[in-house]
Design a protein. Structure first.
Length: 581
């Protein structure tokens, strides 16, 4: 049997690659021949040639993204969602051959899958969505893919715009927004919603969109309410209480991170020439230190405070937030003072905007003169006379404690930070520990950041190791997910363990916490220091970015072994083929 296969998913990162690998293995088991076209954003796409298409007896398209099927006209074609492959790729191919139909019109081929058929004429909706997380690396794209898959499964038309670390991708056009029945905003940072004025909008977090996708879709259709720009949103699922404060904080952290990464690596590069080489004026080491420590790190706290305020009060909050952040930096209040300044400036600007009433002729002056001036004066005076001194003293005490604590205290802090990083895999607890580590970089305290990143790598690495150690307990799709998880772990993307945690949280989470706590403890015990807040093991390519390198790797390996072995032992087998073999 000679077939051709096309796999595609919205991000081109996980599902598309995993499906291609599973199908390639299934083809070999069936003694068939197949040419595979895998749509990927991380590897070159080798398109099927006309000769390969002509020679194929059947075209199998497993895709949750647009695929040009006009080239398959006259061929027998089988289409399905990409996740239909994951249950049993071999059985999937056999069903595909049996149910394929001749393609007579482009984009009208039969869509066959194990899911219940949805009557598009009566229930199909048009959905647009935006996903965004603070780091813009993992949750953003995984949530987008989950929404795409669920929308297609339900028979809806859906397009998701991702706001990742490289900017907005798959951007929504004005026409697509106008045609949408509903807008889903799955974001942990502030998103400008002006273009959705008058549309039904539902807000949630990336974590819920990823882990509870079906519930998110149901809630969106049941609870979404019309959004009016410039007025308080009517559906406040993600903007009330602690959730609102968390979102504002994460918006600030998200905008601060590029400065931390660039500044930290510039400082690390200056150390290539010697730990104190930057003290000699006019040298390259001194220039690198000026770029990293004198400029990038100097902007960290003002940007953190500025964008916290921006998240709360929109543009009128930006100026007082930046000014308050600069005062926090200059008074020695550090990142804690920056957080206080950001919330103070934001809520002050918002209060003035809502409570101060001016004649219509002067209303235009409010956002460009009245709010920035009054909010800046209030924020600045409070920071100088009230907040600056106490918070500065608290920061100095914290820094002094961290720099001089004994091994017992260091190990305890490492256990706490490591456990937090593994508790909810990218959720609020994880981000709290991460923000703590990042904030201390501004005060040249690098040990907590090392413990945080090392522990954050453990869950995904451990799940990958578990699938290798106990293959018989994992089905084919879980084994493939384990390989992807291990790679994500190397990149410091804890979310690689989410598929396992979602299926088996009572065993996965404790295993991850145990390994992360050990890694954090060992990292602090060894005195490991890290200059950059992201990058995983690839930061090792920058000399002196991590010290001491070998002991740091020992900490990561130890935690990975604990997580991987413990879950391999605790895991109950659900691979029926392995059990009956």
């Amino acid at each position: 049997m000679k077939i051709a296969i096309v796999t595609a998913c919205p991000s081109g990162i996980a599902s598309s690659l995993i499906a291609a690998g599973l199908l390639e293995k299934a083809v070999a088991e069936l003694n068939w021949q197949a040419d595979i076209e895998c749509h990927s954003s991380v590897a070159p796409v080798t398109s099927l040639t006309q000769q390969q298409i002509a020679a194929a007896e059947c075209i199998v398209i497993a895709a949750n993204a647009n695929v040009n099927d006009g080239r398959f006209m006259g061929k027998k074609v089988y289409r399905s969602a990409v996740d239909a492959v994951f249950t049993d790729a071999k059985d999937y191919l056999e069903q595909a051959i049996e149910n394929a139909v001749e393609l007579v019109s482009s984009n009208e081929s039969t869509v066959a899958s194990a899911d219940t058929t949805v009557d598009a004429a009566t229930s199909s909706k048009t959905i647009v969505a935006i996903t965004a997380c603070p780091t813009g690396v993992a949750h953003t794209f995984m949530a987008a893919e989950a929404l795409e898959q669920e929308g297609k499964r339900l028979g809806h038309t859906i397009k998701v715009e991702t706001r990742g670390s490289v900017g907005a991708k798959n951007q929504l056009s004005s026409a697509e927004i106008a045609a949408a029945d509903i807008v889903i905003i799955a974001a942990d940072i502030d998103i400008d919603l002006a273009r959705f004025d008058g549309k039904k909008v539902y807000k949630t977090s990336t974590g819920l969109a990823l882990k509870k996708t079906t519930q998110t879709m149901d809630n969106a259709f049941n609870d979404a309410q019309v959004y009016h720009h410039g007025k308080a949103a009517t559906n406040e699922q993600a903007n009330t209480g602690l959730t609102g404060a968390y979102k504002h904080l994460m918006t600030g952290v998200s905008h601060m991170l590029p400065l931390v990464v660039a500044g930290g690596l510039a400082i690390a590069l200056s150390f290539v020439f010697g730990i104190e080489a930057f003290k000699e004026e006019g040298t390259l080491a001194a220039a690198l230190m000026t770029i990293g420590g004198g400029s990038a790190f100097a902007l960290m706290i003002p940007v953190l405070a500025g964008f916290i305020a921006f998240s709360i009060a929109d543009r009128p909050g930006l100026a007082p937030g930046l000014i308050g952040g600069m005062l926090a930096s200059s008074t020695g209040a550090g990142f804690l003072g920056g957080i206080v300044a950001g919330f103070l400036a934001g809520y002050t600007a918002k209060l003035i905007a809502e409570k101060v009433q001016l004649p219509q002729s002067m209303e235009a002056l409010k956002p460009i003169l009245i709010i920035p001036l009054l909010a800046s004066l209030i924020t600045g005076l409070v920071m100088i006379y009230v907040v600056g001194g106490p918070v500065s003293a608290a920061m100095n005490a914290l820094t002094e404690f961290l720099n001089n604590m004994g091994s017992a205290n260091a190990v305890l802090l490492g256990i706490i930070l490591g456990g937090m990083m593994c508790f909810d895999l990218g959720g609020p607890v994880n981000k709290t520990a991460y923000t703590f580590g990042v904030g201390l970089l501004a005060s040249q305290t690098y040990a907590p950041m090392a413990a945080v990143m090392a522990a954050g790598m453990v869950p995904a690495l451990g799940m990958g190791l578990a699938t290798f150690l106990a293959k018989r307990k994992f089905n084919n799709s879980e084994q493939e997910a384990g390989k992807a998880s291990f790679v994500l772990g190397l990149c410091f993307i804890s979310e690689g363990a989410i598929p396992f945690a979602a299926r088996d949280p009572m065993r996965v989470i404790p295993s991850c916490i145990a390994g992360g706590a050990l890694t954090g403890a060992l990292s602090m015990l060894f005195g490991a220091e890290l200059m950059a807040p992201h990058g995983g093991l690839f930061v090792l390519l920058i000399p002196n970015a991590i010290t001491p390198v070998w002991m740091y790797l020992v900490a990561i390996v130890a935690g990975t072994l604990v997580t991987g072995i413990s879950y391999a032992v605790l895991k109950k087998s659900d691979n029926t083929e392995a059990v009956t073999a």
